[in-house]
Each structure stands twice: as C-alpha cells, then as structure tokens.
Design a protein around this ligand. Structure first.
Ligand code: SF4
Ligand code: SF4
Length: 372
C-alpha cells in the first residue's frame, strides 16, 4: 500500500503530512487529534495537528491538518497542509468541489469514505485530473460504522493507519483507549472494532477513465498551482473585497443525503424559515398573499443550503419537509450573483480597485466627481 510514514521520514523527507477533508459532525476533528497524539505517544515522533472550520460547525466543511517529523526536530510550520502525503476524505459529497483534491501528486495516497457497495470512484473530470497521479483507496465507512455501532471517524482512522504503514492495529487500539475509553467507556469496544474493520477493509480503487485523461486544460484552471495571493504576496494593507464567502461558497457538498423540500401551497409566508436558516437560503420577494401585499417566499437557493434541516423544524405548517436528495436531482438555484461563482481559491487581480487601498478610495472619489 505505498510508502508509509516511517519509510518516508527515513528517506530524508522533512515532514509526513496528512490532510482531512470532512463535514462538521463526522468527527474529523477528533480523528485528527488522535492521529496527531499517537505520533508522539506511540511512534516516537514529533507531531502537530489542528482543524479549521467555520462558526456553524455541524454540516459545514471541516479540514484537519497533521504533521509528523523526527522527534528531535522542532515543528515550526503551522500552516495548512497543501501537499499531503495522505488525504482522507470523509464524505463522497465533498468531491463535488475539486479543490478538496488540491495538492495531490504521485506521492499522495488518497482514502475515500465509500457508499455501501460502491465500486467506482465518482468525481468530476477536474477532480480526476488532480487525483490522476495519486494512489486511491476506499473504505465503506458508513456501512462499517453502522454494523459495528461505531462512528465514521474511527473507521477512517483505521484506514489511515494502514496507509501510514502500521503493521497492525495495536497503536490504533491504544489511542482509542486513551481518547474514547475515558469519555465513552461503554462505546470503546465498538469503536475499536470499527477502527479494526477500517484497517482491514480498505481497498485499492481506480479512477474510471484514468487512461482517457488528457493533459490538464490550463485555461480551465485545472491546476495544482499554489494560489497567487497569500499572506506573503498580498499587497500591504490590501483587503479582499469579496468579504465573507457566502455568495461564492457552494454549500451543497455539506449535505449528508437530506434536503428540505418546499410545498409552496402550504406556506403562510411567516418568515420563520428565513430567520432560522444560517445561510440565507430562502428567497423572499414582494408579492401578494391572501389579497395583501407582503414578502412572499419564492423557495430555496439550494446552492447555499447545507442540509441542516433547521428550517424543517421551525416551519409551523409543514410547508418544509425532509426529503432524500438523490430523489430530487433537479433542484432550483436562485443565485442572484451567478457571475461571482467560483473559484474561491483565486483572488482576482482587477485593476487598482481589485483590492481596496487608500489610493482606490481616491479613485472612487474622482469617479464620483468629488474633490481629491
Ligand atoms: S435551507 Fe434549511 S436545511 Fe438548508 S441551510 Fe437553511 S436551514 Fe439548513
Ligand atoms: S416557515 Fe414554513 S410557512 Fe413560514 S415562510 Fe417558511 S416555509 Fe413558509
């Protein structure tokens, strides 16, 4: 299963780096902590780990980063892992966003959480370009977690340990006891079993059309290049004018199989769903309801819906109900700012006002005819 952690560090590599790509609620944060901790406690290495996630943790994308190195080396690098040796993807839906695979090359092993019975890897052409040089593995994490009454994160932990070159699951068992044994002693045996099955049932996967892949079309920005503007290269005092990320962020990969369905005939336009939704998915416009002019619910912008189903809980008349996403492939996206879609990984260079500086402020005053 490729070169593991010890071989890579023994070959003179400075760090062995792991990136976790997940959705809030699947336990990637804890999995990252366990992976980091076991390096120090049981492998005689030095390690760090941290996660990054937004304020609305459940349902939103989460990333975790782990670095290992020789125990004598001090880890001074605390930036996100951009070129992982091991990439762990906790949910298939995340592959809709090809940037999840960014930085993968021939040295990378990728492990995907597969759907029950899944044979083929399902990813966009852009994703396949990015992953085409890497070794790809899969494990039926959800099925194993359900069978063993454990959680996806321990199954992925077991799979990761196998790819890191652990000869057996003893280290995994120790870290499960340390972390879960104290907090959830009743669930320990089930979690160790889930981890063990993840270790044993990981299998190699093939991209469906690896042979047919062309050289990347660079005009389409299918690229592993580092982003152009970062903390080192952005102009001093520069500000990204695309504040926040709500307009350009596609939250559909965060959904875990369910979506809210809107039954317009039942809606009384009370606006509770609008207040409860953390991502402003509901589109209200001036209209008429029962002969009165008022703001009328037009429906949802599924592009921004992360599937938390809070709106379903608050709707007083069941105008919103839980539906299974795969049964509704054609969904509306009322995107008012289509032109801003995406790629959020690039900052745009758009002339002097591309980022806001004192000079661009002056430019604006001139354009308005004001005095400079
Ligand atoms: S529309 Fe409903 S399910 Fe979607 S993000 Fe808003 S509250 Fe959550
Ligand atoms: S909470 Fe229900 S009834 Fe109220 S506006 Fe939303 S969908 Fe309509």
């Amino acid at each position: 299963m490729g070169a593991g952690l010890k071989e890579k560090l023994a070959s003179g590599k400075e760090y062995y780096e792991v990136r976790l790509e997940s959705i809030g609620g699947l336990g990637a944060n804890l999995c990252g902590k366990m992976l980091g901790e076991l390096g120090v406690k049981y492998l005689g290495l030095n390690s760090t780990n941290f996660s990054s996630y937004g304020s609305e943790k459940t349902g939103t994308p989460v990333k975790g980063f782990i670095r290992y190195c020789d125990e004598k080396k001090e880890i001074r690098e605390h930036s996100p892992v951009e070129k992982p040796d091991l990439l762990i993807v906790f949910h298939q839906a995340l592959l809709k966003d090809a940037s999840v695979l960014k930085g993968c090359d021939e040295k990378t092993s990728i492990v995907l959480a597969l759907e029950p019975g899944q044979e083929d890897v399902q990813m966009s052409e852009e994703g396949q370009q990015l992953a085409s040089k890497s070794q790809i593995y899969g494990v039926e994490a959800q099925r194993i977690a359900m069978e063993t009454k454990s959680r996806i994160n321990v199954v992925m932990l077991g799979a990761a340990l196998r790819l890191m070159g652990m000869g057996d699951t003893s280290v995994g068992q120790l870290i499960c006891k340390d972390t879960l044994g104290k907090k959830y002693p009743d669930a320990l045996a089930a979690n160790i079993e889930g981890m063990r099955k993840g270790y044993e049932e990981i299998r190699e996967m093939k991209l469906p059309c690896k042979e047919k892949l062309q050289e990347p079309d660079f005009e389409k920005k299918v690229s592993n290049e580092q982003q152009r503007w970062g903390y080192r290269t952005a102009p001093v005092g520069g500000v990204n004018p695309h504040f926040g990320s709500t307009v350009i962020a596609d939250l559909s990969p965060s959904r875990q199989g369910y979506i809210p369905l809107f039954i317009k005939e039942k809606c009384i336009n009370c606006g509770l769903c609008f207040s409860a939704c953390p991502d402003m998915v509901f589109q209200f416009k001036k209209g008429e309801y029962k002969g009165k002019e008022m703001m009328v619910n037009q429906g949802l912008d599924y592009y921004h819906c992360k599937g938390c189903l809070r709106c379903v809980d608050v709707c007083p008349v069941n105008a919103l109900v839980r539906g299974i996403e795969s049964e509704h492939p054609e969904k509306d996206c009322f995107m008012p700012n289509q032109e801003l879609l995406r790629n959020p990984d690039y900052y745009e260079e758009a002339g002097p006002d591309g980022y806001i500086t004192s000079e661009s402020y002056l430019t604006e005053k001139r354009m308005e005819g004001g005095e400079v």
